[in-house]
Design a protein around this ligand. Structure first.
Ligand SMILES: Nc1ncnc2c1ncn2[C@@H]1O[C@H](COP(=O)(O)OP(=O)(O)O)[C@@H](O)[C@H]1O
Ligand SMILES: [Mg+2]
Length: 505
């Protein structure tokens, strides 16, 4: 029971119920107004008709009553005559008025109007040339103003001027009521009007229902979206204002869904990063621990063996240091709001610096590490720290891909219109064509790289992001078995500086 009343109360509060209520009451009010206007016009028309039809009545009666009136307005002869007339037409009331409109004879029984006045203006208006009908005057016996017929007369032995006044009100009212009750025209009019109101009401209700159903569909879609169904969309929202709202909702939902997917993807990448990192840290740490334990437990180690173990420790410390470096660079690159620290510097100097750091390693592995730069190379403008990191990563990769006796060279040259190209080349194992597009992805290692069992797969992804942040190109050209060249293009520091500036810097 209470559930039902709750639902009813809910329905009463709905937009549909309100619109329907306002519409239906408006329709009702309008039909009442139209009906009232129609009946009052109809009433007026019937009075006019009555007055027009009976226009000559008072004149005829005056002629019939003239001999009796000569004896006086209220004489027995006049009364007798009037009684005969009223007997023939009982809806008629007859009066004689003096020349100022005052009732001096009332032939009704009992008399009710003696001494009261009828407006002369109305009487003169009706007697005038082509009067505008209906002319109304207040009946001598009171009541609403009504239609009448009037004629000039003379009464009494002196022949005084006056009026014979026939009140047609009762007759007109009777005919009016009868007409409304029995006329087929009024019946048809009432029936047609009622039907029109009914159809308008039903059509309105159906139309509002369709309209509010579209509102409900939109609300439903928004609610489903709010509950977490991010694919909720409005099918075919239409072209009107409501349709525009629906399309706006669809667009908004699409944007939010895309952003959500992007967030999920970043979250997935972050989790993958943590998983990969813990693995990359664990491998060198396990090896470190093994070597340290071995050195602690065994006191009878040969110098050779001890040296091998210590070198292993040093390698692993190097790996961990590089990993930490890579990570700090990566986090710096991921903070997109941090601007680059661009500065002008000489690539030739930087190249020599970096190569210097790798010389020991190169000598140990019997690899020729060279720097070849164009003399008079113009200065470039870039983030020195990041370019340093990128070149170090490239040399590290090249050294790992090169076998003893091989060659790694770092070179740079100005390319007109393209700034300065700086590249690291090697004559190592190369990269298979199917792996070329993948090597710049985070944590991707080639089959060769995995076989060597070293590296985290972060180096080239860092280089590629550095290039991207600088808005420059990165190109990797490789022929398996022949070697690889990785190039970066850096913008010139200042086109006004001559080539000599590089030497000064
Ligand atoms: N010059 C190169 N020659 C051959 N293979 C390379 C070269 N540079 C990178 N690679 C391979 O591409 C993969 C991705 O490189 P990188 O992102 O630097 O990861 P890693 O930390 O393993 O070096 C690695 O597996 C690496 O072996
Ligand atoms: Mg690398």
């Amino acid at each position: 029971m209470s559930a039902l009343s709750n639902r009813l109360a809910g329905w009463a509060r709905s937009l549909y119920a309100r619109i329907a209520l306002v519409y239906l009451s408006g329709l009702l009010l309008l039909s009442v107004a139209v009906a009232w206007l129609a009946t009052s016009q109809f009433d007026q028309l019937s009075r006019e008709f009555q007055q027009r039809q009976e226009a000559g009545l008072a004149g005829n009666l005056a002629r019939v009553m003239a001999p009796a009136l000569d004896a006086g307005a209220d004489s027995p002869a006049a009364r007798r005559m009037a009684r005969h007339i009223v007997a023939i037409n009982p809806s008629l009331s007859l009066y004689v008025l003096d020349d100022r409109g005052r009732v001096i004879a009332d032939y009704a029984r009992p008399p009710c109007g003696l001494g009261s006045r009828v407006e002369l203006a109305a009487i003169e208006a009706l007697l005038g040339e082509s009067p505008m009908l209906p002319v109304l005057a207040s009946s001598p016996c009171g009541g609403e103003p009504g239609v009448f017929s009037v004629a000039r007369i003379r009464y009494g032995p002196e022949g005084r001027p006056g009026y014979l006044y026939a009140d047609l009100n009762k007759a007109s009212e009777a005919s009016m009521v009868a007409m409304l009750r029995t006329s087929s025209i009024t019946r048809t009019l009432v029936a047609a009007g009622g039907l029109a109101v009914l159809i308008a009401g039903l059509l309105g209700l159906v139309w509002f229902a369709l309209l509010t159903r579209r509102f409900s569909r939109l609300t439903g879609a928004v609610q489903r979206f709010a509950r977490g169904e991010f694919q909720a969309r409005l099918v075919d929202p239409g072209r009107d204002e409501l349709g525009r709202l629906g399309r706006a909702f669809n667009d908004m939902a699409g944007t939010i869904e895309a952003q959500l997917l992007a967030l999920r993807e970043t979250d997935r990448q972050r989790r993958e990063l943590v998983a990969n990192l813990s693995h990359d840290f664990r491998t060198p740490l396990t090896s470190l621990r093994g070597n340290v334990e071995h050195l602690l437990e065994r006191e009878d180690l040969t110098v050779e063996e001890r040296r091998r173990r210590l070198t292993g420790i040093l390698d692993n410390v190097g790996r961990l240091t590089r990993l930490a470096d890579q990570l700090s660079t990566l986090s710096r690159l991921d903070a997109h709001d941090r601007p680059l620290q661009r500065e002008a510097f000489s690539l030739a100097e930087l190249a020599h610096d970096i190569a210097g750091k790798f010389q020991d390693q190169a000598r140990r592995r019997n690899i020729a590490l060279e720097v070849t730069c164009d003399p008079g190379l113009p200065r470039v403008e870039a983030d020195l720290g990041l370019i340093d990191r990128a070149l170090a990563n490239l040399i590290d990769n090249a050294m790992k891909a090169t076998t003893p006796g091989g060659r790694v060279w770092l070179w740079a040259r100005a390319e007109p219109g393209d700034g300065v190209r700086v590249a690291v080349s090697d004559d190592g194992v190369g990269i298979a064509p199917d792996e070329l597009p993948l090597v710049t992805q985070r944590f991707h290692r080639t089959r060769d790289g995995r076989a060597r069992g070293e590296g985290s797969g972060l180096g080239l992804s860092i280089v590629s992001e550095i290039a991207e942040r600088h808005g420059t190109r990165l190109a990797i050209d490789s022929v398996p078995g022949r070697g690889t060249t990785v190039s970066l293009w850096l913008p010139l520091a200042d086109t006004l500086h001559g080539p000599g500036d590089a030497a000064q810097a």
